[in-house]
Design a protein around this ligand. Structure first.
Ligand code: ISJ
Ligand code: MG
Length: 466
């Protein structure tokens, strides 16, 4: 393995500058190099000196793919009138840039030009100030991108060159930034958290909303609806994105880890739930819905798992998700495979029913068109689709913002993955909002659902409490 100390390959920038001038338009240039085993959490933390407020972290549940993007070379924000077509709008803009981009190839998925970011849960819900900076879609092509994939560690730099670009100055600046980022090679300790007080936002009203929802379900207008609630935390000092991320990394294995900064806000979490992944033509999704706690010892834990597998109420919650995802896959892909029975997915504080779904994308089906088709699944919205979404829009008091929405990445080939941003919280200075919801079906009991949200808050609460 070679460790490259300098930002090599100026030819690529020179070529980009020539093309920009020749075509009279901005050109995206992306250069990827192999690096030593830089630590992604340290890279994220270190990048705060130069790129505070413009950092993103995303890793899959197996840690087989880790992406840390810092700085903003391109920002695709969708708001206002574009919000209805946000997935297609991002895809179109992305393809326009990629069509003329200059890039190095052959470093595997998640290298070269990549967009990282996410979407809001419901573009038609009235926005509040809580989520300022987080648009209906906010996808970023980072200036620097650290990627860990199956073939190694990579550092990509993405630059937009203008027709009149001053390359000398740019090269100097890039060298300076790269040297600074390189100091983050090794894991160091991260800023500690802060003591905080917790306020439950209207727990009784939330339980009452479960009762209302079950009545609606009895009437037959709804079959399932996911209702969420919020905890508001106030810290003595600022909450730390890097400290929280490091703690989630240590304590929540088998979870997607994400942190998306937008200015002074950082949306961070450890989610078990894949929305959709695309690898060449292969598409993968996971149905995760239906929950029970973890046992104190092995025997109790196994018994709880067995209870969950047999429980009608939880199986019903789960089946709505399987039916919907299967149907979406049948329309968009071939050779769809869905096991008949769910299995258990055990996390530190909770276990879920789990059914994986795979298929092979049809012509014209892209990762973002799948995100569009699937979001929100009945694991986060409900069933029927539009009735449950309207119910949430009207009944839920909180502003979900990006909670329960797709967060992920896509590269220039169209490969990528989006998870669902649950078990998460929005940090902003001394304030934090944590979110958790659960699937309400006809037999739902408000106290039990409340208890379920308490398990779902635990990963974030304990990550902040270190
Ligand atoms: C909505 C959340 O989780 C979802 C709801 C579940 C349930 O009700 O059983 C289980 C997993 C998730 O699909 C959340 O964690 O906030
Ligand atoms: Mg549930």
């Amino acid at each position: 393995m070679t460790v490259v100390k300098q930002l090599a390959n100026w030819e690529q920038l020179t070529q980009g500058a020539y093309q920009a001038k020749h075509m009279g338009q901005s050109i995206l240039v992306s250069h990827t190099q192999r690096i030593d085993s830089w630590d992604p959490l340290s890279f994220f933390a270190k990048a705060g000196t130069l790129f505070q407020g413009k950092r993103s972290f995303w890793s899959d549940a197996s840690q087989g793919m880790v992406l840390v993007g810092v700085g903003e070379t391109l920002v695709f924000d969708e708001k206002g009138s574009a919000k209805e077509h946000r997935f297609a709008a991002v895809e179109r803009k992305w393809q326009e840039w990629v069509a003329h981009a200059i890039m190095t190839e052959g470093h595997g998925p998640g290298t070269g030009p990549v967009i990282i970011g996410g979407f809001s849960f419901d573009p038609n819900k009235k926005r509040t100030d809580l989520w300022k900076g987080y648009q209906e879609a906010s996808l970023i092509v980072p200036r620097w991108l650290l990627t860990i994939n199956e073939s190694g560690h990579w550092l990509t730099v993405n630059i937009v060159l203008e027709p009149d670009e001053d390359l000398t100055q740019l090269k100097e600046q890039l060298n300076y930034e790269r040297q600074l980022l390189e100091e983050a090679v090794e894991r160091n300790s991260f800023s500690k958290g802060t003591p905080f007080v917790t306020e439950e936002v209207a727990p009784d009203a939330w339980k009452q909303s479960i009762v209302l929802a079950t009545r609606e379900i009895q009437k037959g207008t709804l079959k399932k609806v996911v209702l969420a609630r919020e905890l508001r935390l106030t810290g003595e000092r600022n909450f730390s994105p890097e400290g929280t991320l490091a703690s989630l990394h240590a304590n929540q294995p088998d979870s997607y880890l994400f942190a998306i900064e937008r200015g002074d806000g950082c949306f961070v979490g450890a989610s078990p739930e894949r929305l959709v992944k695309r690898e060449g033509r292969k598409l993968l999704s996971n149905c995760i819905a239906g929950s029970i706690g973890r046992g104190v010892g092995i025997a109790e834990d196994i018994a709880l798992g067995e209870e969950l597998l047999q429980d009608q109420k939880n199986r019903e919650e789960h089946d709505f998700v399987v039916q919907m995802i299967r149907e979406a896959f049948c329309q968009e892909s071939e050779d769809v495979d869905v096991p008949e029975e769910p299995i258990l997915h055990k996390l530190r504080y909770i276990q879920h029913l789990f059914t994986p779904v795979t298929g092979w994308a049809r012509e014209g089906t892209s990762l973002l068109s799948m995100v569009h088709r699937l979001h929100p699944t009945p694991a986060l919205g409900g069933w029927p689709w539009s009735e449950s979404l309207s119910w949430i829009r009207e009944q839920e008091v909180l502003d979900r913002g990006w909670y329960a929405a797709p967060i992920g990445w896509m590269d220039a080939k169209g490969d990528g993955e989006f998870c669902v941003a649950i078990r998460s919280g929005l940090l902003r200075g001394k304030q934090a909002s944590l979110f958790a919801g659960c699937g309400v079906v006809e037999e739902s009991d408000p106290e039990k659902e409340y208890e379920e949200t308490r398990w779902k808050f635990r990963p974030m609460l304990s990550a902040l409490d270190h």
